[in-house]
Design a protein around this ligand. Structure first.
Ligand SMILES: [Zn+2]
Length: 293
């Protein structure tokens, strides 16, 4: 709902005597003092339960995945249908800044990361080109303020000249040697290592997923909890030098929570209810609503 549009109607109901003078001039808000505006905003806000706010970021500076739009819509709809969170969709990096968090009188006009509880990075490939302040804002959002990051597929294939970004996600990008030009999408045998996790408990211990999956670089199980991995025993040719290819994991980064999965390359993956459930539960966990034992 556009609250600014609704304000005249609300004023007529709750503030008619005070607004009458200003209303004659055409702008009832103009007649109000700062204190009256705050009081009105508080009365309106009191009737609106505050849901967690999730920034769904589909910007990229590298390979453009055609699945970005499908993924952004799917994740926003997951928030609406579950009622768990409100989503803001952006295809630029402008909100990666330390601003926000100010009291909002009417409506929601985000200024920066201070206005969000979690950020979903949807195939955000390439060098984002952030300045030092923006970089620190994203790291501090998670590390210092205890917020959540959910990285989707191409989020790993990004920011090679910013090692702290890979450190936050838990790995760098080591390519996708199992997918070639001849085989852009492969059916992968996967192992569910965490059937106790709310994020992956809907999958059996062994299953398959069709996708393009990455080989993470500089990945450490000591710093992460692996939820899904490729079943190396069931693939024909394992990439040289890889004995462990995680596909989804969680980790703590300072006070915050980070989830990443390489599932999400294809449009089709976003029509898969099991993939959607994984990301909904990942967001719920990143928001601190569930525990990943
Ligand atoms: Zn991809």
């Amino acid at each position: 709902m556009n609250w600014r549009m609704a304000i005249p109607a609300i004023l007529a109901l709750v503030w008619a005597p005070q607004a009458a003078v200003g209303a004659e001039r055409g702008d009832p808000l103009a007649a109000m003092s700062e204190q009256q505006l705050d009081a009105l905003a508080a009365r309106i806000a009191a009737g609106i339960p505050r849901k967690p706010r999730v920034l769904i970021l589909g910007a990229e500076r590298g390979f453009h995945h055609e699945s970005i739009s499908d993924a952004m819509v799917a994740i926003a709809v997951l928030g609406q249908e579950s009622g768990l969170f409100d989503a803001e969709l952006r295809t630029d990096f402008d909100l990666i800044n330390p601003r926000g968090g100010k009291k909002m009188r009417f409506g929601f006009i985000p200024e920066g990361l201070g206005d969000f509880d979690a950020v979903v990075l949807v195939n955000t490939t390439g060098e984002w080109g952030l300045g030092a302040e923006a970089k620190q804002a994203l790291l501090g959002f998670v590390h210092d303020r205890g917020k959540g990051i959910v990285g989707v597929h191409g989020a790993l294939d990004a920011n090679y000249s910013w090692p702290e970004y890979a450190d936050m996600l838990g790995a760098g990008f080591g390519g996708h040697p199992l997918n070639t030009i001849d085989k852009p999408v492969v059916t992968f045998p996967l192992v569910n290592e965490a059937p106790d996790s709310p994020i992956t408990r809907h999958w059996p211990r062994s299953f398959s997923a069709q996708n393009e999956l990455y080989v993470p670089k500089a990945f450490s199980r000591a710093k992460t909890k692996v939820l899904l991995r490729i079943d190396q025993d069931r693939i024909e040719t394992a990439p040289a030098g890889t004995s462990d290819i995680p596909v989804a994991w969680t980790r703590n980064y300072g006070a915050g929570r980070v989830f990443y999965s390489s599932i999400g390359h294809t449009r089709r993956s976003w029509a898969d209810p099991e993939v959607r459930r994984m990301y909904l539960e990942a967001i719920r966990w990143a928001l601190g609503m569930t525990q990943d034992p």
